[in-house]
Each structure stands twice: as C-alpha cells, then as structure tokens.
Design a protein around this ligand. Structure first.
Ligand code: NAP
Length: 288
C-alpha cells in the first residue's frame, strides 16, 4: 500500500516523512501534484463572529478552512482571507456544491459570496441519490479548467460509487471528505483510497464532542498528557488522514494545532482503531 505523501513543509519535498517530523505547516501531496495543509478549520455552525474567528485561526497557523454555502460562513471567511496580510496562495479554501445544483454555476455563486477569485478545492457535498454524479463532475471539471478551483473531489461516497465515478469520467477525485473518527471509520476505505492516491479528509473528527469522554480514549490521552481531542487528531495524521475540526473557542483552536510534540505508538494506534463501532455523530456513515 503506498504511503501518503506527507511533507514537513513546502521547503522540503521528501515523501512519506515519519509522523514525528510533521509540523503545523506540513502539507500532503495530492494525486494532482498540488499540496494541501494537513489540518484545517471546520466552519459548520461557526456562524457568529466568523471573520474574527477565522482570522484568529490564521494567526495561530491554520492555513486551510472548510466551508459550504449552507454553513453561512462564506462571507465571513472571505472577509478573513482579505484581512489576512499574506498572499492568497498561502491559504487553502475548501467549498462544496450540492448534488442537485449545477456544479459550475454553484462554484461561481460560492466564489461571489466569498468574494474570492478561486477555491483550492471544490467537493460534491454528498453522493446523489441516483447514480454517481458524472454530469456534476464534468461541471466541476469545467470550473477547474476555467481556474475557478485548483482541485475537485467528493464527500461521503461509497467505494463502489468512487469506482463507477472513476470509470465513467476517467478521473479519480483528488480528495474524499467523509465522517471519520476512531469510533466510526473504515480501514477498507482507507486502503482503497491510499491505493488510488485519494487523500481522505476527516469531517466531524471530534464526534462533535459526543465521544470525547470515552474511557479508553481518555486513558491514552492521560498517558501522553494530551486531551482526547488532540489524540484523535494525531491518530488522523498518523493514518495520513487530514482532519478539519471545527472550533469556535480560541483555546480549542489552539489545542487542535498543538499535536506535533507527541507520537502514538503502534499499540495506541491499534487501540484507537479498535474503538470502531461505525459510530456517526450525524446518525449515519453514508459511505458504508
Ligand atoms: N462534507 C460534509 O458533509 C460535512 C458534514 C459535517 C461536517 N463537515 C465539516 O467538518 C467540520 C468539522 O465537523 P463538525 O463541526 O461536525 O464537528 P467536530 O469538528 O467533530 O466537533 C466540533 C465540536 O467540538 C468542539 N471542540 C473543538 N475542539 C475541541 C477540543 N480541543 N476539545 C474539546 N472540544 C472541542 C467544538 O467546540 P467549539 O466550537 O465551542 O470550540 C465543537 O462543539 C465542520 O465544521 C464542517 O466544516 C462536513
């Protein structure tokens, strides 16, 4: 199984670095050759004070922000990006289109809300009820060709749907965003995506706070003098999975980036993998 190409920073380009060399500035190489930060800020329900909150995250070192029109955070994120005093290229903006929309038009509309010229990644928000969304994919390809986005991907597709999409469009998504935590994940999906160099992005990685008191998780956290949330995010990174935890609280934002000074050993990783019970904080792991 090829290891995901995680790099310690843009300056170094050695693939497959050991987990202990990761930093908040590390990036992961996508199959398209472009790079994505290894951790991002989720913004679902970050409705109040979005510009200030995202600005604070940028100051702490976050470079990637995940949004969607229905989160109502696009205008605030756009403001924070414009206030940010570094180049737009140093940030990474992920947005989504709905299966029932025209992907090209929706991408344009979302960019207008953000007041940005391009997104870094546009994802199909969920698999369509029928089929796999080939037409939508082609609309996103057009958006990419016109420079409205750098990369395109999907959310919550089943393995079979990923296969059919690739067969029918001739292209494999760069990124697959899906609900992912020690309590609900699929190592089959991880190996399938690794083999095709599809990077997994973990949404609701902290189970929306619902499973952070689990005793087995707390025990590992105490051993490393870290919080349960930090252990989960570290588990993601060591699997080559990119988490996008949502955090409004400033201490949460800071803690979620403070995951680069410890390493989970094989036993810890095995224990965390073993917590899997296909749990979903949103009631269903759609990709299973
Ligand atoms: N593609 C999709 O269909 C889809 C679906 C769901 C979510 N997403 C994306 O994924 C992002 C993350 O998922 P999510 O928002 O569902 O949930 P999450 O990131 O699993 O959990 C967020 C909750 O955890 C709390 N939290 C954050 N850091 C913490 C820490 N260090 N210790 C304790 N609690 C902490 C937050 O509190 P505070 O906010 O009060 O700090 C918030 O209540 C979303 O915001 C969205 O961008 C995508």
């Amino acid at each position: 199984m090829p290891t995901p190409h995680i790099q310690s920073s843009r300056a170094t380009s050695r693939p497959g670095l050991p987990a202990e060399e990761l930093t908040p500035a590390s990036v992961i190489e996508l199959r398209t050759g472009r790079e994505m930060p290894i951790i991002g800020l989720g913004t679902w329900m970050l409705t109040s004070h979005t510009p200030e909150s995202v600005q604070h995250a940028f100051e702490l070192g976050y470079r990637m922000v995940d949004t969607s029109a229905d989160y109502k955070t696009q205008p605030g994120i756009g403001k924070a990006v414009r206030r940010y005093n570094q180049k737009r290229e140093s940030l990474y903006i992920v947005m989504k289109v709905e299966p029932e929309e025209n992907g090209y038009d929706a991408t344009r509309r979302n960019l207008e809300e953000l007041k940005l010229a391009y997104a870094d990644l546009v994802l199909i928000h969920r698999a369509p009820e029928k089929g796999v969304g080939e037409k939508l994919w082609e609309q996103l390809v057009r958006a990419r060709e016109e420079g409205l986005t750098r990369d395109i991907g999907v959310c919550s597709y089943k393995i079979e749907q990923l296969k059919v999409l690739a067969e029918n469009t001739g292209e494999v998504p760069a990124v697959h965003q899906l609900e992912w935590s020690p309590f609900g994940h699929s190592l089959d999906m991880l190996s399938f995506c690794r083999a095709r160099e599809i990077v997994l992005q973990a949404y609701s990685p902290l189970t929306r706070g619902k499973r952070l008191k689990d005793e087995r998780l707390v025990e590992i956290a105490s051993k490393h003098r870290k919080s349960p949330a930090q252990v989960i995010l570290r588990w993601d990174l060591q699997h080559g999975v990119v988490p996008i935890p949502k955090a409004y609280r400033e201490d949460h934002q800071r803690d979620n980036l403070d995951i680069f000074d410890f390493t989970l050993d094989e036993i810890d990783m095995g224990t965390l993998d073993g917590l899997n019970e296909q749990y979903s904080a949103l009631e269903k792991l759609d990709y299973l």
